[in-house]
Design a protein around this ligand. Structure first.
Ligand code: HEC
Ligand code: HEC
Length: 295
């Protein structure tokens, strides 16, 4: 009984060692893509002028589809009561304004500056109570290794383990997570945009959310980072994660083999011996290629 437990422990230990992303960040500092809307939110004056700017931008760019009071229309859904976090996500990711209603919104450069985006989001948020305000991501004490586990469990099934994104059923795609900001990650997790589920604090706690943000913004590849080129630091830990997976899976295979071996030995006592000794030479000598070569 001690042997299988030992193998399990060994596999777990190996997996833990390889799973843990490196604690040293490859770039040493957050990239510009970490632009935090929350930072802008805190500095943009929350006054009548900012609200008026948001209203003007909304009237000019959004009301044709969403209605003058954001009440929705035949073309687009009601935005009242959604909260500024949802609006901030949809506008900062370039999903809105939508060029073709009916097509899944795709990430593109935002039409608006960060402060214009926040102004629009705040204006829509002010129209009706409800929803989430633009969050402030706090990475103090976050643990990217934990973040990797949370990501592997909750996000990788759709966005893939490398964050490259993937096609889901029904012509829907989970977008790549390259270059997303911490604020966008928190907004996506808590509001569940489009076909993505919303994660409550029961599924992804506040601390786990910070861990995931830390992991995604610092360890997932940023091909479109302003520095240009691939940041290998983003690839490394993921590759290590795979090594960890293989070590873990390898451990399970070992256990399976060990159990299988025991069963086989038990079974062999019944008399069903191993295959015929000459069997191994068979297929090679009978292969058509050989015959052609000899002919
Ligand atoms: C061409 C029409 C069109 C324009 C212009 C447009 N939208 Fe949209 N919007 C849509 C449609 C259609 C959807 C639903 C898309 C979906 O669910 O895939 C949508 C969805 C949204 C959502 C998500 C709603 C939800 O229930 O989750 C938000 C937020 C939003 N739009 C904000 C805006 C803002 C802010 C603007 C202006 C900057 C804007 N939209 C401009 C058509 C438009
Ligand atoms: C069931 C599949 C699914 C799961 C699970 C899922 N997502 Fe998503 N995610 C999506 C889809 C689909 C979208 C695009 C929204 C849309 O247009 O429908 C998205 C969008 C996003 C975005 C916005 C990307 C952008 O371009 O702005 C972020 C950030 C994000 N997801 C992060 C996460 C994180 C972090 C997790 C795990 C906690 C997660 N997602 C789990 C399907 C999923």
């Amino acid at each position: 009984m001690a042997a299988p437990a030992g193998v399990v422990l060994l596999a777990l230990a190996l997996a833990a060692v390889f799973y843990a992303p490196r604690q040293v960040r490859a770039d040493g500092a957050p990239t510009a893509s970490l632009r935090s809307a929350a930072l802008v939110d805190a500095t943009l004056p929350n006054n009548a002028a900012a609200l008026a700017e948001g209203r003007t931008l909304f009237d000019e760019n959004c009301s044709s589809c969403h209605g003058t009071q954001a009440q929705g229309s035949a073309l687009a859904p009601n935005l009242r009561g959604l909260g500024s976090a949802t609006v901030d996500l949809w506008v900062s990711s370039g999903w809105m304004p939508l060029a073709n209603p009916g097509v899944q919104p795709a990430r593109k450069p935002s039409h608006f500056t960060p402060s214009q985006t926040v102004a629009i989001a705040r204006y829509v948020g002010s129209l009706a109570p409800g929803g989430l305000a633009i969050p402030t991501v706090d990475l103090k004490g976050s643990n990217p290794a934990e973040g990797f586990s949370v990501f592997a469990l909750n996000c990788a099934p759709c966005h893939t383990i490398t964050g490259a994104g993937d096609a889901l059923s029904g012509g829907i795609a989970a977008p790549p997570l390259h270059g997303v900001t911490g604020t966008q990650i928190e907004e996506a997790i808590r509001t569940g945009p489009g076909n993505m589920p919303r994660f409550s604090t029961f599924t992804v706690s506040k601390a786990q959310l910070a861990d995931v943000v830390d992991y995604v913004t610092h360890y997932i590849e940023h091909p479109d980072s302003p520095g240009g080129g691939l940041t290998l630091g983003g690839v490394g830990p993921v590759a290590e994660g795979f090594v960890g997976l293989f070590a873990g899976v390898g451990g399970c295979v070992l256990i399976a083999l060990w159990i299988g071996d025991r069963d086989e030995r038990d079974g062999d006592e019944g008399g069903s011996g191993p295959s015929h000794p000459g069997h191994d030479d068979g297929p090679g000598t009978e292969s058509p290629e050989r015959e052609v070569a000899h002919a």
